[in-house]
Design a protein around this ligand. Structure first.
Ligand SMILES: O=C(O)c1cc2cc(O)c(O)cc2[nH]1
Length: 479
């Protein structure tokens, strides 16, 4: 069982309550059947229970990644949820924000100080399910403390700018989804997604029934009608972490900041990606290319992450797809060490994962780099800070068949190129000419035939008969 979730991330210990999770990366069962979700302490029972995704038709035809029978949860477009389902999802997130994680505690000091000044006082804390989701992302991007007055080293990122970007965030979401399934006692609970590739400068999910509208009083805040206006962020004291060598703890501080499309200093991030950007990205044929970094060209991973143009060409000033959606949010959700504090992070990343899954489906021979990727990003490396160990390779598989979830999604088709338009026009013209030729030929033949049919009975034959008579041997008798 390579990623049983009954345990903890590195530098984190399991609390006494143990849940009996079972999941297998190979068997596609994500149903955490016998989940003991002892939502101890701060759990306030939010009303509704499951935002379980019932049926609902995936609209149109195109290539929707179909749900397989082996999938126990179906991730759907949040805009397609019913009002009750929307409310249930928002409530479930809020419940996760307030429910202490039944299995995990976080380390608040580095290993050297993990047992306290007396060597006997462990420096661990309880943390809520949602805040653990925030903490693990922070931990993966945090700088390395070097001590001795040296500035902390920021050259390591376990979850971005490398092939592990897609696999790391996939497991990150899966862990949250399973924790929430346990909390809700609903193994079919599924995280929805935000189709951020809608172009324009409107945040369609920024409404009070979903992720919170903009406050009327502060451009950078969430409306007080939204439950998310009550949320407080963790991991804000980066200065301390980098200079004192402390680690983010579970202390909550300020409200979420968000000002969609409001970055006046950077017009390029005032608009969301376009649908055709997804189509172009899905056509990039190679999963990742050397140097397996944010400078990679013709790399699907770097394209969906958003350091390349949608067609796959690296350009240092370009921000597209996932990165563009983060930067568009312009606030908590646009800062790497804080971004999951804004719950839009969940929906932005489920959509990024949906693109990854569709790409895997279309490129079954895809290869994940074995070596030469940044630290933590090689195929068989464990992803930091997840525990028990789970490798990138284990998440590089199609979700419906292997991981127990699927996406209900329609994918935009690539716009037709000028060359294709010209080719189509030429072929169409040739067909028209051929049809006209065929019709004309038929018409002429039919006319000839009709004229033949109107030949008088005494025609050529008789003339020939006459001729025959005229030229034949006169000695022959005529009957
Ligand atoms: O500047 C970027 O491209 C950028 C910001 C940002 C924030 C975030 O939380 C991410 O996960 C990625 C990211 N990229």
């Amino acid at each position: 069982c390579p990623f049983s979730l009954s345990s903890r991330p590195p530098a984190v210990v399991v609390s006494s309550s143990s849940s009996s999770r079972s999941s297998s990366s190979s068997s596609s069962s994500s149903s955490s059947s016998s989940s003991s979700s002892s939502s101890s302490s701060s759990s306030s029972s939010s009303s509704s229970s499951s935002s379980s995704s019932s049926s609902s038709s995936s609209s149109s035809s195109s290539s929707s990644s179909s749900s397989s029978s082996s999938s126990s949860s179906i991730r759907r477009n949040i805009m397609n949820l019913s009002p009750n389902e929307k409310r249930a999802f928002v409530d479930a997130l809020d419940q996760a924000k307030r429910t202490v994680h039944p299995d995990i505690v976080i380390a608040t000091r580095r290993y050297a100080e993990a047992f306290g000044p007396d060597g006997n006082t462990t420096q661990f804390e309880d943390i809520t399910i949602y805040n653990y989701f925030v903490w693990s992302h922070y931990y993966s991007v945090s700088k390395t403390f070097l001590g001795g007055g040296e500035p902390s080293f920021g050259g390591v990122d376990f979850s971005h700018e490398g092939p592990g970007f897609v696999t790391w965030h996939r497991f990150h979401l899966l862990q949250l989804e399973r924790d929430m399934q346990d909390m809700l006692r609903d193994p079919t609970f599924a995280l929805p997604y935000w189709n951020f590739a809608i172009g324009g400068s409107e945040c369609d999910i920024c409404t009070d029934d979903l992720m919170g509208a903009r406050s009327n009083f502060d451009m950078n805040s969430i409306s007080s009608n939204s439950i998310f206006a009550q949320w407080r962020v963790i991991c804000e004291s980066v200065e301390d972490y980098d200079t004192l060598g402390t680690i983010c703890n579970s202390t909550e501080s300020t409200p979420i900041r968000r000002n969609p499309a409001g970055n006046v200093a950077r017009p390029m991030v005032q608009k969301l990606p376009e649908p055709q950007d997804i189509a172009a990205c899905l056509e990039v044929t190679t999963f990742d290319t050397p140097p397996f970094y944010s400078t990679s060209s013709q790399s699907f991973r770097n394209t969906v992450e958003g350091y390349s143009a949608p067609e796959g060409t690296y350009d240092p000033v370009v921000r597209s797809l996932h990165n563009l959606a983060h930067l568009f949010l312009n606030g908590t959700g646009g800062t790497t060490h804080l971004s999951p504090n804004d719950p839009i992070f969940v929906l932005l990343h489920t959509f990024t994962d949906a693109i990854f899954d569709e790409w895997l489906r279309r490129h079954p021979a895809a290869v994940y780099p074995l070596e030469n990727a940044p630290i933590g990003h090689n195929r068989d490396y464990n992803m930091v800070p997840f525990w028990p160990p789970i490798t990138n390779a284990e998440m590089f598989v199609t979700a419906p068949e292997n991981l127990g979830y699927s996406y209900e999604a329609d994918w935009p088709s690539r716009p037709v190129t000028l060359t294709e338009i010209i080719t189509i026009a030429v072929v169409a013209a040739l067909i028209v000419v051929a049809v006209i030729f065929a019709i004309t030929t038929c018409a002429v033949r039919s006319k000839t035939y009709k004229m033949d049919g109107r030949q008088p009975l005494l025609g050529e034959q008789y003339q020939r008969y006459d001729d025959h008579d005229r030229h034949s041997d006169k000695t022959q008798s005529v009957v």
